[in-house]
Design a protein around this ligand. Structure first.
Ligand code: HEM
Length: 280
């Protein structure tokens, strides 16, 4: 799991941001979406059902704003977040829609294990089109929905510390679900800012993810996950081909970012082929 929707700069995780969840399925067989010669299937998810800047021209505006972030201090970003949350609460109370910048800047304090994560944009689901999501299933993580993270006395990484402590002693189950497109007019593929309503098509569970107790953030694991590995929506089977303009824009963006990271960090990139490639 990684924090933030877009900011590339490294920040303490008490600074409220959207959470991401990245899943890599190893050893998948079948025709690839692109000729990458890999045998992995990645699913990249964020704890929001929609991408407020859901077209390429809108996303470009978000990108420009994100590029300004490194010039701001943690306290300045925290203050922007507080104002956006206030604006979001007022607009919600008035029953008004949230402008995209307010929506993206106003994540609430939430426990990541109680959150539901979404692909936000569409993928193929075999002969169908769907959006993927992951939601808490076991009682211990369902109980965390709506819980806040206590930031007191943990200067830099309260969220990571919490996850590390949780998985030192507990397992957790999550449901992997697919929401099939049942009405292309009201469930568009090309604009990821439009919510696919549940009454048009419910999220259906297709798998259970079981996370065993583990040392979730050992130094070796962190380095492997942050520096060696790469997640990308186009690490995919043709049966789960990413769809729509936002997904197409991500096709060159992720390998470019990964190449840049590996070159400035002077680390050789590697794609795991089996679980034994993951350090303990
Ligand atoms: C449906 C919308 C999107 C979702 C759900 C999403 C999700 C994610 C997640 C979960 C990560 C972290 C992966 C990790 O831990 O390595 C990530 C990284 C990243 N995202 Fe997105 N993202 C979305 C849209 C975009 C768009 C439109 C772009 C740019 C065109 C973009 C560019 C990137 C880049 C460059 C990285 C870092 C990749 C790396 O260095 O390996 N994302 N995204």
């Amino acid at each position: 799991m990684a924090t933030n929707l877009g900011p590339g700069d490294i920040r303490p995780d008490w600074l409220l941001a959207h959470f991401g969840m990245a899943i890599k399925v190893l050893g998948v067989e079948g025709q690839r979406a692109i000729g990458d010669g890999l045998d992995t299937q990645d699913f990249l998810l964020v704890n929001s059902p929609t991408l407020p800047f859901g077209t390429v021209s809108e996303y470009f505006k978000l990108q420009k704003a994100l590029e300004q972030q490194p010039t701001k201090t943690d306290d300045e970003l925290a203050s922007i977040g507080r104002k956006a949350r206030l604006a979001a609460r007022v607009l919600k109370a008035l029953g008004r829609p949230l402008p995209a910048p307010v929506e993206i800047l106003s994540p609430e304090n939430a426990h990541p294990l109680g959150e539901t994560f979404h692909s936000m944009a569409a993928l193929r689901f075999g002969d169908y089109v769907g959006k993927f999501s992951v939601t808490p299933l076991s009682d211990n993580v369902r109980a965390l929905t709506g819980h806040e993270v206590d930031h007191a006395g943990r200067p830099s990484s309260p969220v990571r510390d919490l996850l590390e402590e949780f998985f030192a002693h507990n397992s957790a189950d999550f449901a992997l679900r697919v929401q099939l497109c049942a009405d292309i007019g009201r469930m568009p593929i090309e604009d990821a800012s439009v919510l696919w309503r549940e009454d048009l098509s419910p999220h259906q569970t297709v798998a259970t993810l079981h996370l065993a107790p583990q040392n979730a953030a050992s130094d070796a694991r962190r380095i492997y996950a942050d520096d060696v590995m790469s997640y990308a929506p186009w690490h995919a089977l043709e049966a789960h081909r990413p769809l729509g303009a936002i997904m197409r824009s991500r096709r060159p963006a992720y390998p470019a970012s990964s190449d840049f990271r590996h070159s400035v960090n002077n680390v050789e990139a590697a794609e795991p082929r089996s679980l034994s490639d993951l350090p303990a």
